[in-house]
Design a binder for this molecule. Structure first.
Ligand SMILES: *Cc1c(COP(=O)(O)O)cnc(C)c1O
Length: 412
């Protein structure tokens, strides 16, 4: 009768427990669920967001600026909260720009990147006074026209598609042929145009990839990005005041993965900022992070609707799944499905466990939140928690697929 269970995760120890209850924002999960008034929901913990930023501040030299890439979690309350903790917010659409501006983020501290900025988005960005990371010759030509029309020079940085990749990155976004940025070899020509058009040139943006758990590869990418920016700066129409070295910091999702070691990254940034004092006087080095800032602070909570044993395998059927949390189901760019950390949030310290699969309510076999995991024995009405869910959750999932209710998000 027994089915082999999946390998065990490192404990998700950022949340504490009180008896059998997981504590989120200081509240036992069952009570929090009553407060929300429905399941499923995402909950993001302010204290964890705060301590993550504090950890980075402690590890990095003071001169390094920390930006939040809000596509990882665009919930307006989260953007408002993070906007006050970090030095800038990176947006990737006019929709995100609106959320950031509404949340009170200073336009001077907003930067806008994205490979297909529409004419209207560029106009909105210039009118707002945010920094535009230009990614093509077309954008620069358009910005020249908009700047003339508004009598307001567009603030621009050049997003460079580097000639190297971020090693060990879950998702590569630079190096080789890419839709992002302008190939390094074309950047001198683009810089000449920016100068001719009298746009307000501020610096460079390099972003090599995402979800990297190897500090060594991140340091290497930062160094190479710095060197490339230094070489390109010889062609710049004015001094560099802003050098965005990207991010790509990952968080552990799967068994065997470990948290990133910030110490060596901090030391690397310390060396680079010393060099920058000489190479780029008065400039700021920027690290932009999405997942790393918010991912570990969030959980996804669903309720057990039914419990079923099929030919010896136990299924817990919950009220939400891949429609709210595509990545936990393994359908967000994973090749082989692996379990995210999952627990029964109102039975955290129970001794008796079983091997069970957690599946969502959708009529598709893809709707799996946990495949044969060791879990506390759960009954209908119990609360299933998916950890590491603060990034690329609600906004990155096909919520209308199969017509179930939308998920609620709360910041506690
Ligand atoms: C997606 C993205 C980020 C955030 O990536 P994370 O892996 O979530 O940190 C940062 N910068 C740019 C340009 C991006 O496209």
């Amino acid at each position: 009768m027994s089915t082999p269970s999946a390998p065990v995760h490192t404990t998700m120890n950022q949340f504490s427990t009180d008896g059998n209850e997981l504590l989120v924002g200081g509240l036992p999960l069952s009570r929090l669920a009553e407060r929300v008034g429905q399941t499923p929901f995402y909950a993001y913990d302010r204290d964890l967001l705060h301590s993550r930023v504090a950890e980075l501040r402690a590890a990095f030299p003071e001169s390094v600026k920390l930006h939040f890439a809000m596509k990882a979690n665009p919930m307006p309350a989260v953007v408002g909260f993070m906007g006050r903790l970090v030095d800038g917010v990176d947006v990737a659409s006019a929709g995100e720009l609106k959320i950031a501006l509404d949340a009170g983020v200073d336009p001077h501290e907003i930067s806008f990147a994205g490979p297909g900025k529409r004419d209207s988005e560029l106009r909105q960005a210039v009118a707002a006074g945010v920094l535009i990371n230009v990614e093509s010759f077309r954008e620069v030509d358009l910005l020249a026209g908009i700047s003339r029309e508004f009598g307001l020079p567009a603030r621009v940085a050049v997003r460079v598609n580097p000639d190297f990749e971020l090693k060990g990155s879950g998702m590569k976004m630079g190096g080789g042929p890419k839709q992002f940025g302008v190939d390094a070899e074309q950047v001198p020509e683009l810089l000449a145009k920016i100068g001719e058009y009298n746009l307000a040139f501020e610096g460079f943006h390099l972003f090599a990839g995402s979800q990297n758990l190897k500090a060594e590869s991140i340091c290497e990418a930062q160094q190479k990005s710095y060197d490339l920016a230094l070489a390109l700066s010889r062609h710049a129409p004015s001094p560099v005041s802003f050098l965005n070295l990207g991010g790509g910091f990952g968080i552990p999702y799967f068994p065997g993965e470990k948290r990133l070691d910030l110490t060596s990254i901090g030391q690397n940034l310390d060396q680079l900022s010393r060099r920058a004092n000489i190479d780029f006087p008065g400039a700021s080095l920027v690290i932009e992070l999405g997942r790393y800032l918010v991912g570990e602070a969030g959980i996804y909570v669903s309720r057990v609707v039914d419990r079923k044993v099929s030919r010896g395998q136990t299924f817990l059927i919950v009220d939400g799944g891949l429609n709210h949390h595509l990545s936990a189901s393994g359908n967000f760019g994973q090749v082989i499905r692996k379990n995210h950390p999952v627990a029964i949030g109102n039975r955290m310290n129970e001794d008796s466990t079983e091997i069970a699969s957690v599946v969502g309510p959708l009529c598709t076999p893809l709707d799996i939140l946990a495949d044969r995991m060791t879990l506390a024995i759960a009954e209908p009405n119990d609360l299933v928690v998916v950890f590491q869910s603060g990034a690329y959750g609600a906004s990155a999932s096909p919520q209308r697929f199969l017509g179930h209710p939308e998920v609620v998000e709360i910041l506690v």
